[in-house]
Design a binder for this molecule. Sequence first.
Ligand SMILES: Cc1cc2nc3c(=O)[nH]c(=O)nc-3n(C[C@H](O)[C@H](O)[C@H](O)COP(=O)(O)OP(=O)(O)OC[C@H]3O[C@@H](n4cnc5c(N)ncnc54)[C@H](O)[C@@H]3O)c2cc1C
Length: 298
Amino acid sequence: MSLELQTQIPIRSNVSLAGLTSMRVGGAAEYFISPRTSTELANSLVWASDRDLSITIIGAGSNLLISDRGLAGLVICTRHLRGIEFDEQTGQVTAASGEPVARLAMQIASHGWSGFEWAVGIPGTVGGLVVMNAGAQGGCAADCVVSVQTVALTGETNLMYPHELDFSYRTSSLQESYRLVTGATFKFQIGGNPETIAADTEAKLKLRHTTQPYHLPNCGSVFRNPLPQFAAKLIQDAGLKGYQIGNAQVSELHANFIVNLGNAKASDIFSLIQYIQKAIADRYGVVLETEVKMIGHF
Ligand SMILES: Cc1cc2nc3c(=O)[nH]c(=O)nc-3n(C[C@H](O)[C@H](O)[C@H](O)COP(=O)(O)OP(=O)(O)OC[C@H]3O[C@@H](n4cnc5c(N)ncnc54)[C@H](O)[C@@H]3O)c2cc1C
């Protein structure tokens, strides 16, 4: 049912979320909006606040496991908040939160700017990248963030700087902040050779495609590495590659990935996560914490 006529903002009810996640699982949002402008976003925050509804923010849904029972309240999906601006003098790029990281990485490479090649294979948005301090192949968001534009769920906007963001391994203070990232400014090295940088970016992408199961729905690394150990090695050594619950399987290609073989339920994936955690705790005495964000009731 569309509430648009009643509210003048395109909020819909009972919207399936599975197709908005890279795992392709999860129930429906009680209310849902994917705002296209900052005004729509601001109005939707007021709308939820007036009704005392909880708010869940999703980007590309590439690090999410959403419960089969769905999510109460309003889900705000940022993927239509788009725009990239290059400052040719300073090497700074400002991107809206819904911009796909891969598209941003390609544009930066074709400008001949370096410092973002590592990000090309991350299937998230700019907002998710910053919130998760996503990283790969030696780089991470914290290396290049200059500032982050945010709006509190109560409506006030704020510019935040790295010293306030507490970036560390796959985390930032934004994860507990009740703020929505509307955009971020990054700084790169200018004046490089576009061909060399594009070739490096392509090579990094190719490497990922040979070592990670891009051909099946997944949510990237399921567990944080219990440094100095690696989750994938522990899971592989425990003989769990290929282990399956329902249609959720520990990837044969990369043991820290769980893949959806088709029609898996979020509950299958959740059970598999718990199974792996218990097996690794029993065998090695190591607690594996999840990197994937599990939301809703499991
Ligand atoms: C095949 C594959 C490979 C991957 N490889 C990597 C990798 O190499 N390195 C890595 O770090 N990750 C990787 N990931 C995980 C994922 O892509 C990253 O964590 C990514 O940054 C998540 O971005 P997203 O937009 O999809 O966020 P979502 O999954 O939608 O959300 C993740 C979290 O961020 C919050 N969030 C998202 N957008 C906003 C916003 N605008 N404002 C406030 N909060 C927000 C959500 O509430 C949630 O808590 C991979 C995933 C897949 C499927």
